[in-house]
Structures are given as structure tokens and as C-alpha cells.
Design a binder for this molecule. Structure first.
Ligand SMILES: Cc1cc2nc3c(=O)[nH]c(=O)nc-3n(C[C@H](O)[C@H](O)[C@H](O)COP(=O)(O)OP(=O)(O)OC[C@H]3O[C@@H](n4cnc5c(N)ncnc54)[C@H](O)[C@@H]3O)c2cc1C
Length: 318
């Protein structure tokens, strides 16, 4: 434990992730505000941002540099009505819990986030990954992002200038400090029904009770003339379908396996290591390449010691 002017920096700190595997952070800080975050960035050249750890695999040897957890930056402002519109803006710090915010908005009759039910995330992590699925994506509710450069300089980025795409935000070199979300008044009982419908769909089609990081792979671009389930715009084919068709459901490496419920989920059991997940990942990737000639790309961020690329949010290439 190292006490500095900027608060406590813990050494050898475990990194909590939904996979429940992986090593420790050489150094970990939990700033209590965007100001504190800015000071840390200005002082540390290698910084990896940690949200809720729901889309993250940390290597067994842990990571170097400073891991900054947003868990204490959870403030959410009261809704502010816009001029000339019934819509409201809610300002949320990066570490605010997305599921909690969704519940509050549904209760208060504010529409825009209810289709993201069942996605574990911090608001910052959800915006960075443009979290979403068949029912919508968080990009649709983002009005502006308050970000910091890796050197700690402030940047406010308006909706139209954010390069959102499929499971990406275009903000990868930046740190998200807070987000303004634009929501619209709606009937709370209709919102509750929609929220429940989305949650039910996820419960029925995904192994929600097991340890995973959600979909492990991005849905790849589909070659011309291909069948299989596609994205609504037809551009991508389901990675889960390819893995299933390659006969890989239930494939194991140590205590990690391809879920029999949904082939795009890698699930871990007690005793699993990041090495198990990485080994399984390589097997799936090469067998899908053999079967279909398609190179899958992980959706999950992978952190490894000695590998740091700010453009990938501190993550590493496959
Ligand atoms: C059971 C389950 C179901 C899931 N279902 C879905 C789904 O339906 N749709 C979907 O899109 N995802 C899904 N996921 C994946 C995950 O919930 C999302 O990717 C989510 O956006 C991750 O947010 P996080 O806060 O946990 O980010 P983390 O996992 O902590 O981080 C993910 C990446 O974002 C970066 N990051 C985090 N916070 C910040 C910040 N403030 N500034 C800059 N970079 C930051 C990290 O450095 C890392 O590169 C699921 C995961 C699980 C475990």
C-alpha cells in the first residue's frame, strides 16, 4: 500500500473480473472523482482503466503499470429537463452501475436504457464498448462524453463526433470520466414490461448464472452468399453460430469451456486460470478458421504484462 497526495495506491491488488481468473495489478488506484482521476493520469504513463470487469480477461501473471478502477466514481445527477424538449439529461460518472441506472430509469419513467437489461457494466465501460445487442445499443442514449486524454487533458465530445460502431466507440485512446445520457419520458409500466422481456430473452438464451465475459468473440463480417443468422444490417454473421457449426460447444481447456447454452460464451469453473481461457480461445479460433476460413476477433479485452497499447485501451492483440 502506497499513500500519496493523490490517495492510496494498492500494490499487488487483485483485479475483480466476471471471469474470476487472472493475476493482480502491480498498482491499483480507486479515484473518488474525475479530478482525482485527472491527477493520476498526469502522473502515470501506463494506465489501464477498469470498469466492472465484465468484458475483461487478465493474464495469470497480472499486469504492470497502474490499473485505475472507476468503482468509487459512481455519482449520478438528477434528471435535467432540456429546453424546447421533454427529454432529460442524466449525468453519470464512469463507475456508475449500468444495471442500477437502468432500474432507476425504468422506475422513474425515463426511456432509453431499458433495452440494455441484463448487461453487467459500469457506464464508462458500456460506452467504451458500445454495449448492446439485438435490442439496442448504449450509443443511442449518449448525448456527450466527458473524457480525459492519457496525459490528463479534458475533452468533451458531443454525440455527433463520437465514432460509435459495432461494439466500439472510437474513444479507445481516451479515458471516460463521465457521460451525459439523453432519456425521454415514458409510461413506467410499458418500460418495465420491455425491460423484463429483454431480461427473459437473455436468461433463456445465455448462461447468465455462470462466470463469463458475455460474448467472447465479435460477430465477423460475413462473406457474400453466406447463410447463418446475421446482424440486422446483414453485414455480420453470428460468431456463436460458426462455433456451434464447427462442433465446438462443450469444448474444454482445463476448467474453461465453450458453453453448451450459447457457443459464443466461454465459461469458467472454480480452479480455472486465464491460461485455460487463452488456450481454449486459441483452439476455437484455429478450428473456426479451418472450418470456415474466418479469423475470429475477441470482443473481450485482454490484459497482459508488458503489452500496452493505448489505442486498444491498454489491451493486447491476440
Ligand atoms: C453475463 C454477461 C452478459 C453480457 N452481455 C452483454 C451484452 O448483451 N451486450 C454487450 O455489449 N456486452 C455484454 N457483456 C459484456 C460486458 O457487459 C460489456 O462489454 C460491458 O460494456 C463491459 O463494461 P465494464 O464496465 O465491465 O468494462 P470492463 O470489462 O471493466 O472494461 C472493458 C474495456 O473497457 C475499458 N474501459 C472500462 N471503463 C473505462 C473508462 N471509464 N474509460 C476508458 N476505458 C474504459 C477497459 O479498459 C477495457 O478495455 C456481458 C457480460 C457478461 C458477464
Amino acid at each position: 500500500m502506497l499513500a500519496t497526495e493523490r490517495g492510496v495506491i494498492e500494490t499487488g491488488a487483485p483485479i475483480p473480473t466476471w471471469f474470476g481468473v487472472g493475476g493482480a495489478a502491480d498498482a491499483l488506484a480507486r479515484p473518488a472523482s474525475p479530478d482525482h482521476l485527472r491527477l493520476l493520469l498526469a502522473e502515470h504513463p501506463i494506465v489501464r482503466m477498469l470498469g466492472d470487469g465484465a468484458n475483461l480477461l487478465v493474464d495469470d501473471s497480472g499486469v504492470d503499470g497502474l490499473v485505475i478502477s472507476a468503482e468509487r466514481m459512481r455519482r449520478v445527477g438528477a434528471p435535467e429537463r432540456l429546453r424546447n424538449s421533454d427529454d432529460v439529461i442524466i449525468a453519470a460518472e464512469a463507475g456508475a452501475s449500468l444495471p442500477r441506472l437502468i432500474n432507476d430509469c425504468v422506475r422513474d419513467g425515463l426511456a432509453g436504457l431499458e433495452s440494455l437489461g441484463g448487461i453487467p457494466a459500469s457506464v464508462g465501460g458500456a460506452v467504451m464498448m458500445n454495449a448492446g445487442g439485438a435490442f439496442g445499443q448504449i450509443a443511442d442514449a449518449v448525448e456527450r462524453v466527458h473524457a480525459l486524454t492519457r496525459e490528463g487533458a479534458e475533452r468533451t465530445i458531443e454525440r455527433g463526433d463520437i465514432g460509435f460502431g459495432y461494439r466500439r466507440s472510437g474513444l479507445e485512446g481516451l479515458v471516460i470520466a463521465a457521460v451525459d445520457l439523453r432519456l425521454r419520458p415514458a409510461d413506467p409500466s410499458a418500460l418495465r414490461e420491455r425491460h423484463l422481456e429483454v431480461m427473459r430473452y437473455k436468461k433463456n438464451s445465455q448462461p447468465m448464472a455462470e462466470r463469463s465475459a458475455g460474448c467472447f468473440w465479435k460477430n465477423p463480417d460475413a462473406p457474400e452468399g453466406w447463410g447463418g443468422p446475421r446482424s440486422p444490417d446483414g453485414a455480420r454473421v453470428s460468431a456463436g453460430w460458426l462455433i456451434d457449426r464447427a462442433g465446438l460447444k462443450g469444448l474444454r481447456a482445463g476448467a474453461a469451456s465453450v458453453s453448451p447454452v450459447h457457443a459464443n460464451f466461454v465459461v469458467t469453473e472454480a480452479g480455472a486460470t486465464a491460461g485455460d481461457v487463452l488456450s481454449l480461445m486459441r483452439q476455437v479460433r484455429s478450428r473456426v478458421a479451418e472450418a470456415f476460413g474466418i479469423a475470429l476477433i475477441p470482443e473481450v479485452a485482454i490484459w497482459r504484462r508488458g503489452e500496452f497499447d493505448p489505442a486498444r485501451n491498454g489491451g493486447a492483440a491476440l
